[in-house]
Design a protein around this ligand. Structure first.
Ligand code: NAP
Length: 306
């Protein structure tokens, strides 16, 4: 199976390339990595010659403008990159008979759920910030394009991604914990944002598993919620990270409103996971975090050496 990945230099993109290189179905040539130099969301028409050049059977669109505060400050650019460009990509793929996996987000939901359950794929999206609105626009544009196309479309929503190359929540929290310790202060972390931290490598493996099982290629307009299982607050995530590193830094739980942001964060951003092939479950978020620690430690050493 010839698989191309956009945003191949990003957090999820690089995990997807690594997982696809190990997959038995991508053949000796392996996956095709499209970086911004190959496919630029600001010049999406470039997808047509790219599809002709590389002839993928499946495209995984992991490229997006993921700066949520930047999107809030410039919603029209967010819409151009995360919605309109996806429409152009999906339109070209659908015409060429190429399947598309569009990566999306928990931020398409409104955060107002109060029954303690995660959002399911058939819950109605209703975004509360510009990033979520632009990503929902991408989902809808892709669905419109594939409504009359020959290929298959799958939408994979996820949340709170972390993993190599770092500069993610775990790495930022450790830097903040060091600063707080040096200042003799507790580490202040938001306690009223709840979500499911998801390790990029687990998500990539799950997407490869779906491709292998044929679930994505066989599921037109299928929506998959893929996250590590369980949920926690930002403060719970920080506490577990420090615990796993053998640290007991004091944490002061604060509301999200402590740090006003351009974007409105989701206080309840939990996705109900959809079943994976063979009934497998994604690892819990705590187990996934433990898997990341050796890489995180290496990244911290490298960051310190720079
Ligand atoms: N991060 C999260 O917590 C999270 C949560 C839910 C869903 N998602 C979704 O997961 C997907 C992957 O996100 P990620 O965490 O891997 O984000 P990321 O690390 O920011 O990667 C995004 C990729 O998109 C590329 N990109 C950005 N602007 C572009 C443009 N104008 N033209 C072409 N490429 C562009 C980036 O290229 P450069 O490397 O050149 O900048 C990068 O490779 C996205 O669809 C995102 O919406 C992310």
């Amino acid at each position: 199976m010839r698989v191309a990945v956009t945003g191949a230099g990003g957090r999820l993109g690089r995990a997807l390339i690594a997982a696809l290189e190990d997959a038995p179905f991508t053949g000796p040539a392996g996956p095709t990595a499209w970086t911004r130099a190959d496919f630029d969301l600001d010049f999406p028409a470039g997808i047509v010659p790219l599809l002709e050049r590389d002839r993928p059977e499946v495209v995984i669109n992991a490229a997006a403008w993921t700066d949520v505060d930047g999107c809030a400050r410039n919603p029209s650019l967010a819409g151009a990159r995360n919605a309109d460009a996806v429409g152009v990509l999906a339109g070209a793929a659908a015409v060429a008979g190429v399947d598309l996996i569009q990566i999306s987000t928990n931020e398409v939901f409104d955060s107002r759920r109060t029954d303690g359950r995660g959002y399911a794929p058939d819950d109605l999206p209703d975004p509360i910030n510009a990033y979520g609105a632009s990503k929902l626009g991408g989902e809808l544009a892709a669905r419109r394009a594939f409504a009359g196309g020959r290929g298959q479309l799958a939408i994979v929503r996820t949340s709170w991604l972390y993993g190599p190359p770092g500069n993610d929540f775990p790495q930022k929290i450790l830097a903040a914990a060091d600063r707080a310790r040096d200042a003799g202060q507790p580490l202040r972390v938001v306690a009223d944002e709840i979500g499911s931290p998801t390790f990029s490598e687990d998500l990539a493996e799950a997407i490869v598993g779906l491709l292998w099982a044929g679930d994505i290629r066989g599921t037109h307009d299928g929506i998959h919620h893929i996250v590590n299982t369980g949920h926690t607050s930002r403060a719970g995530w920080a506490r577990e990270l420090l615990r796993q590193l053998g640290r007991d830094d004091p944490i002061e739980e604060v509301p999200a409103s402590t740090w006003p942001r351009a974007s409105t964060p989701l206080l309840w951003g939990v996705l109900a996971p959809t079943p994976l092939p063979d009934g497998e479950l994604m690892p819990t978020w705590q187990v996934a975090l433990a898997h990341y620690l050796p890489t995180l430690r290496r990244q911290l050493v490298e960051a310190g050496a720079r």
